[in-house]
Design a protein around this ligand. Structure first.
Ligand code: HEM
Length: 387
């Protein structure tokens, strides 16, 4: 289950909290119930976020050397920062992603998505297969992020490759050869970020002006470029795939009976792109009935918490607006709750509203395939064709 926390494993039998030993022999306490997951995410004194970005496959010396060659460092900045600097760094990032600034991007994004949908609809009408990941979802969140936060001037493809390499290097079960390749990819882009951190404007400049070191600026940009776009393009792909199999929901959208926002929330609950998130026990404690010594790695199974029958009326069914639908923990909870939630929701709402009609009368030629990963789904493609 540990590296495939979706699909069958998310619905199979499981206890509230159980220890699972990973591929390198490290035990993790996997927590499934909504109330327990919520408790550990919202109590940073007992459950610290320090291990959020730790590599789940320890990085061997050879790959560490490659990273060091690029002066790679990831000091605590956002997700893994329990220190006093966290609220201030978070506030600066949150300002860049303020709901008003996010809302201001909606008309532009709608125009862009409409253009793409028109092109994709023409291809479908001509009987061609279309990949809704590559042709619609993959780069949209990065394009929006670049309008909100000044980013290094790098080709979209290079940023996507770097971000996916980072998700694999830190969260996948890997062998040494792959780790070396990924370390080179991640290190190369880290050099670009390091240069930008000292000269870039916008968010980078604001962090510098607040007295944060270049390492902190790089760390914040690194996390934003990974978490702030890859997650959402994965979510858009997974949600469209889900909607392809939910004709009644699409009919409700078309008729205006089902609000787009409800579809997005139900999508986050049932198809979260981030299926688990980690904390580490700061003191000896208990989770449910389990005694947890200080230092234990805790895996909050967010995807499973979203299907807790104690919270949701019909946990496995895609019923927008049902009781408990909005109580998912796809964005985490507490002081580290996702600062980009509003942005992700806006992007998903635009894509659902504009692109769901593309799914009428299509068959799925190639569903998204997701590689083994502790946390991220990373779908690779989603190909449909008109029947
Ligand atoms: C569907 C898309 C997304 C999902 C499912 C998601 C999910 C998450 C989760 C689970 C966390 C950890 C929360 C915790 O520890 O309690 C997180 C943190 C974070 N996310 Fe997102 N995220 C998404 C999109 C975004 C976007 C679009 C941005 C910014 C552009 C973003 C920026 C961040 C940041 C900066 C943090 C760290 C916050 C902190 O530690 O204070 N995320 N996200």
């Amino acid at each position: 289950m540990l590296f495939r926390g979706w699909g069958e494993s998310v619905d199979g039998p499981w206890t509230d909290a159980a220890t699972v030993v990973d591929h390198v022999g490290v035990p993790h306490l996997v927590v499934t119930r909504h109330a327990l997951v919520r408790r550990l995410l919202t109590d940073p004194e007992t459950f610290r976020p320090d291990n959020a970005l730790d590599a789940v496959t320890p990085i061997p010396v050879a790959a560490l050397r490659v990273l060091a060659g690029h002066r790679f460092r990831l000091p605590p900045t956002l997700a893994n920062n329990a220190s006093a600097s966290h609220p201030e760094i978070r506030a600066i990032v949150a300002e860049a992603l303020h709901p008003d600034r996010v809302a201001a991007q909606q008309p532009w994004l709608t125009g862009l998505v409409r253009e793409r949908v028109t092109r994709l609809a023409a291809a479908l009408a001509a009987g061609e297969p279309v990949d809704l990941y590559a042709g619609l979802a993959a780069d949209l969140p990065l394009l929006v992020l670049a309008r909100l936060v000044e980013l290094p001037d790098a080709p979209v493809g290079a940023v996507k490759d770097f971000a996916r390499a980072a998700l694999e290097l830190f969260w996948a079960p890997l062998d040494e050869t792959r780790q070396l390749t990924l370390a080179a990819e991640v290190g190369r882009f880290h050099t670009v970020l390091r240069a930008f951190a000292t000269t870039g404007g916008g968010l980078a400049a604001r962090l510098r002006a607040a007295g944060h070191s270049p390492d902190v600026v790089v760390g914040a940009l690194f996390f934003l470029l990974v978490a702030g776009q890859e997650t959402t393009s994965q979510f858009l792909t997974l949600l469209l795939h889900r909607l392809a199999g939910e004709p009644a929901v699409r009919a409700g959208l078309r008729a205006g009976d089902i609000p787009v926002a409800d579809v997005v929330e139900e999508g986050l609950r049932l198809e979260p792109p981030i299926v688990t998130w980690r904390r580490v026990a700061a003191v000896d404690t208990t989770v449910g009935d389990v005694e947890v010594p200080a230092g234990t790695s805790i895996v909050a199974w967010l995807a499973r918490a979203g299907r807790d029958p104690a919270v949701v009326a019909a946990p496995g069914e895609f019923r927008p607006g049902q009781r408990g639908s909005r109580r998912h923990l796809a964005f985490g909870a507490g002081p580290h709750r996702c600062v980009g939630a509003q942005l992700a929701r806006m992007e998903a709402a635009v894509v659902v509203a504009e692109a769901a009609p593309l799914l009428d009368g299509v068959t799925v030629v190639r569903p998204p395939w997701c590689p083994d990963n502790l946390t991220f789904r990373m779908p690779d493609a989603f190909v449909v064709r008109r029947t």
